[in-house]
Ligand binder design. Sequence first.
Ligand code: URA
Length: 262
Amino acid sequence: MPMTEKIPPEHLLQWYISAGVDETIGDLAVNHFEQRPETPRVSRQKPQNDPVLFQSAPQKSDALLTTTKTLSLAKQAFSLQELKEIIADFDECPLKKTATNMVFGAGNPQAQLMIIGEAPGAQEDLQGQPFVGPSGHLLDLMLHSVGLDRTEVYISNILPWRPPANRKPSESEIALFTPFIRRHIALIKPKVLLLLGGSAVSALMQTNAGITKIRGRWLTYTDEELTIDAIASFHPAFLLRTPAQKKLSWRDFLAVKKRLTA
Ligand code: URA
């Protein structure tokens, strides 16, 4: 279709939905291809009136101090309920101020498979549950495709709070919350860990390899006396944007199923 042709708004909306856009920031779909008259460039000033939303990531030394704190807090949790309360009471992360609900984890705490994503999205933030938006719907389909469902898995994320506008979590935010998810894993003690996306891999595995390189390979997650088989796969949000990669993810899910039944 030529770029200048009028695209009906409902088609644009469908296109956004299929691309995984799960939040509206206006009532009308905008056609960004439409040619508009040139407007003079105005330098964009950082808004001064919302210190929380526009707060910069903590400086490295501050981040190190708070991460030391989350490390010692995480060690104080001896049950899922204690861990949930400790995270809920932890106020030293600005994400808590912009999020609606904390997303701790959900599913079967006795599950042999623990799935770890990146951070809550819009729907998860509203409902306080992991993977309940479009990514969650795709995750359900992928689990079903290998004969699994939510009663057989436990699901959580590296971050319990939604980053504003679904931005990617910063390295210091990931480092800050990693002790909590490590404790979460130690409390669930699954047989297999499935890491969805690069953030989960970089938080939990000692590797700089990107997700495309590392997905589908069996890895070993260790923590004190724990040793767990782990495998990384693409994040469902990525698959919604890049459906051609679903076939690789399906292989990863089949490998998980095989390892669970071995
Ligand atoms: N993406 C994630 O990584 N986690 C969720 O819970 C939802 C979307």
